[in-house]
Design a binder for this molecule. Sequence first.
Ligand SMILES: Cc1cc2nc3c(=O)[nH]c(=O)nc-3n(C[C@H](O)[C@H](O)[C@H](O)COP(=O)(O)OP(=O)(O)OC[C@H]3O[C@@H](n4cnc5c(N)ncnc54)[C@H](O)[C@@H]3O)c2cc1C
Length: 496
Amino acid sequence: MAPQYDAIVVGAGFGGMGAGIELDRLGLSNYVILEREDDLGGTWHVNHYPGLAVDIASVTYSYSFEPNPYWTRLFAPGAELKKYATHIADKYGLRRRMRFGTVVDGARWDEEHQHWVVSVAGGENVTGRYLLTATGFLSQPYTPPFPGIDTFAGKIIHTTAWEDDFDLTGRKAAIIGTGATAVQLVPEVAKKAQALTVFQRTPIWVVPKVDTAIPAPVQKLFDRVPATQKAARLFNTSLLEALMVVGVLNYTKAKPLNKAAGVLAKAHLRASVRDKETRKQLTPHYDFGCKRPTFSNTYFRSFNQPHVRLETNSIERIEADGIVTADGHKTEIDTLILATGFNLWDVNFPAIEIIGRDGVNLGKFWRDNRFQAYEGITVPKFPNFLSLNSPYSYSGLSYFTTIEAQMKHMGRLFGELFRRGEHTFEVTEHANTEFLDRVTDKLGSSVFYGGDCATARSYYFNPHGEAALLRPTSTLNAHREAVSFPLDDYVYGKSA
Ligand SMILES: Cc1cc2nc3c(=O)[nH]c(=O)nc-3n(C[C@H](O)[C@H](O)[C@H](O)COP(=O)(O)OP(=O)(O)OC[C@H]3O[C@@H](n4cnc5c(N)ncnc54)[C@H](O)[C@@H]3O)c2cc1C
């Protein structure tokens, strides 16, 4: 029984779209992209809260083969990323492959027919020879189970479900959470709300954001002389690479540089916040780099405004008209904004149930053993499966680095498969173990294990305390290995 599709991609964010572009390039054009939302773009479709912008300069945070000369700022606002995603989908003919409003429940390897059976909510099964999951890391919104939240009588908004027409003017608002989203959102809410209380559990390192509008003549130059934008990308990407390799991955050898970043962030805090006690509360007690760094010139300053207050006591319960903290104090509010982020490790590894060869359940395998994936993309016992949001897949700071390394990996792997005239591939246990040993070894010199990350509550760490998200090598290494991994790290076979 032939499968319906050459390939099934789950997720229509930049990862799923990159996979689609590569599938077309490889001639596997009979594919479908299944997406639970009503449109494409993933992160940049779902998130549209005020202040949303990229935290990696846009010359770098985009596909290298599809530069956009018309970014309006160094760090483009979220809406421009959504527009860029739409442009990519149109230019590469991806939209006609996408099925929106399609929630994928799970996937099972059909040994007899040597293809994947993907189950979709509602009972439909879709079959494909290859399965690629691009379900994202930051894609499953999280709301902590605050006691009493159901009794709150005012307006509750999670940042992933922002209502663009909701007017904050005159509101008594609370923002729970001080992660990267809150750093962007707090200054915007402060502009409109009558009162704003920010509930902080873990302070975040914030460094100044060197952002500016990109004047029209520069945009024109980027358009007419693409080499100029390429040069800007190379410059910025090199800076990010240095930050990552030196400050995060080789922390034990380059501690002073990492510490210097912390000193810069502290100086930024001192220069921005007048009140000494607030400054103290906003100072992290973990090393710079344990969490993804954030950039802002306005977050800290927001706390100087008389109507903005930082609350560091833990939340005890939520009542109909306010939030009660452990010290018994009640903050009266009518608007509750949840900047509480995403659940990564419990529900996103993997985001759907995946059953491979011999009935092995991927989520159980990762939890019973260790989180692992060869080159951050394939797993033994899961033939014809590419898990694009895997342990150790996130390479560097711009996610496009990961996407393009994975596209290269696909090119080499499928190229060999076709050369051999085969239809199935599976990574060997040996290659997978060797990769896991290598990344484990390398992590030893990173800030995650060499530094003090105990109080960071960073999503880089899984519940076992392993920093199993980032690939602890340079992005150059990731790209080099994507085009040169030993071809016999895989076994290849005929389909049924
Ligand atoms: C607010 C925010 C700002 C960010 N800023 C940056 C930045 O500046 N720089 C950077 O490098 N990264 C940033 N990121 C990370 C960002 O997620 C990645 O850069 C990138 O967009 C991920 O692309 P993706 O396609 O892998 O995942 P996503 O964009 O998350 O897309 C995953 C898609 O899979 C779909 N999906 C999930 N489960 C299912 C299912 N069961 N069935 C069907 N569909 C499903 C989702 O609906 C979603 O559309 C940011 C993330 C957030 C949340």
